[in-house]
Write a protein that binds this ligand. Sequence first.
Ligand code: SF4
Length: 211
Amino acid sequence: MKITEIFKSIEGETSYVGLPCSFIRVTGCNLRCSYCDTTYAYEGGREMPIPSILEEVRGFKTKLVCITGGEPLINKETPLLAEELLKKRYTVLVETNGACDIRALPKAAIKIMDLKCPDSNASSHMHWQNIAYLTPQDEVKFVLSSRNDYEWAKVIIRQHRLTDIARVLIGTASGSIPPKTVVQWLLEDNLNVRFQLQIHKYIWDQQARGV
Ligand code: SF4
């Protein structure tokens, strides 16, 4: 598999925030979001067989592993990697951008699936059928850049009854809307979703890699 980086850190978002976690960043992405902070994962990387990846992760001694990208699902070997990690009894998170079919992943892998808002310029690429394959362990994430994105997210959450089928996360793109503003909107609307900050960006340098 083409891998951009493997590192140990704490999970900076999702319901697993704050826990020690091994990250496997798969190279390549099929989208080009306006706010992308991992452009370095689009190309390059090193070719690694799955056993070498497992070995590197084993050395970190975490219970949680996050497969991320880029977009991990454009690599055909990602489902097998997830399966092998599950066999080793890790809790496996797979961060996916919502533009690929998630059915290829093992059921026990926890999908953290983006639904890209209009200002990301990637909304039109969403694979909407994925919503039918989500389970209560999975999480759906909206990254907002504007009030317009927020209004869009509200409609999507209500239309698809998302809070009934998965955990719903809302955050902001770096340098866009102040978190306080979004929290006020959420409270005014009584939206039963989890607001999240990417805490790794507060702990380490905003541009830091491998943390
Ligand atoms: S899906 Fe993720 S990695 Fe790909 S362009 Fe969007 S933000 Fe960047």
